[in-house]
Ligand binder design. Structure first.
Ligand code: GLU
Length: 274
């Protein structure tokens, strides 16, 4: 039988498509088979940042790229989606993203709505203040005008435990000018995030961390509640730590800010029950 020209051309393309599907589907049956969509932060330098050229960088970006690689996806097959703190559970529930790697603390409440792999990082809640300001103590937090982000553990803790005068924004970076300008006393969230802002050239010397260790924030990889990828992602995280990649990602993303994170936490070490 003579093949029509179009079929001759289509055959290699079909073979390519099948290879991509087989390759991309290595970690489970979620996603569309030839790519993976990952939720990250877009405005947190050192963690998850999209720059003016739409290039992505940060510890979470490196962790997510490594995990995606272990699941069978090349970096070029990753689509990055912004995952604001308040939207993360909904994004996973709706299937907007296949996974979320976005300074996402594992908590018992969230673990009822989404599945978590990890943790892969341990941060602590702190306050970012103007370098000119007096350093607050835990006791003086109630007197401060603070900002944070709705749907974050940081905002929740301020409301529940400190009765703080809190203004909530959609993203943390929206608070920075208020601190420098004096309309806000402090931004509160994880020290890893705050260190990234303090190290930004545009705020050089103007912002300081208070050094209060207000919580343990165990960052997990968020997956849909019924995901079959939890074990594969945990294995990827273990490999990332064992082969030295985790240390390299820490050095490359936090080295210049002077932030020294805790050692990599053990898989399963975050509290998921009350
Ligand atoms: N890790 C905290 C959380 O998941 C604060 C950082 C954030 O909002 O991404 O809520």
């Amino acid at each position: 039988m003579r093949l029509r020209k179009a079929s001759v051309l289509a055959a290699p393309l079909l073979a390519l498509a099948l290879t991509a599907t087989a390759c991309g589907g290595g970690g489970g049956d979620e996603g569309d088979g030839d790519g993976i969509t990952i939720g990250i932060k877009f405005d947190q330098p050192g963690i998850g940042l999209r720059d003016a050229n739409s290039e992505f960088s940060g510890f979470d970006v490196d962790v997510a790229t490594y995990i995606a690689g272990e699941l069978g996806y090349e970096p070029g097959q990753i689509t990055w989606e912004e995952a604001p703190s308040a939207d993360r559970e909904n994004m996973l529930r709706r299937g907007d993203v296949d996974m979320i790697v976005a300074s996402y603390s594992i908590t018992p409440e969230r673990a009822e709505q989404v599945a978590f792999a990890g943790p892969y990082f341990l941060a602590h809640q702190d306050l970012l203040i103007s370098s000119d300001a007096e350093t607050p103590t835990e006791e003086s937090i109630g007197d401060l005008t603070l900002c944070s982000v709705g749907g974050s553990t940081s905002a929740q803790r301020m409301e529940d435990e400190y009765g703080a005068n809190l203004q909530n924004f959609q993203t943390y970076s929206e608070c920075l000018d208020g601190i420098v300008g004096g309309s806000l006393d402090a931004l509160t969230t994880d020290d890893a995030i705050l260190a990234g802002y303090a190290a930004q050239d545009e705020y050089a010397g103007e912002l300081t961390l208070a050094g209060l260790n207000l919580s343990d924030e165990y960052y997990g990889v968020g997956l849909p509640l019924d995901s079959d990828r939890v074990d594969a992602v945990n294995e990827a995280i273990t490999r990332m730590v064992d082969d030295g990649s985790w240390d390299r990602f820490v050095e490359e993303n936090f080295g210049s800010s002077g932030y020294e994170p805790e050692p990599a936490p053990a898989i399963g070490s975050a509290p998921t029950t009350e």
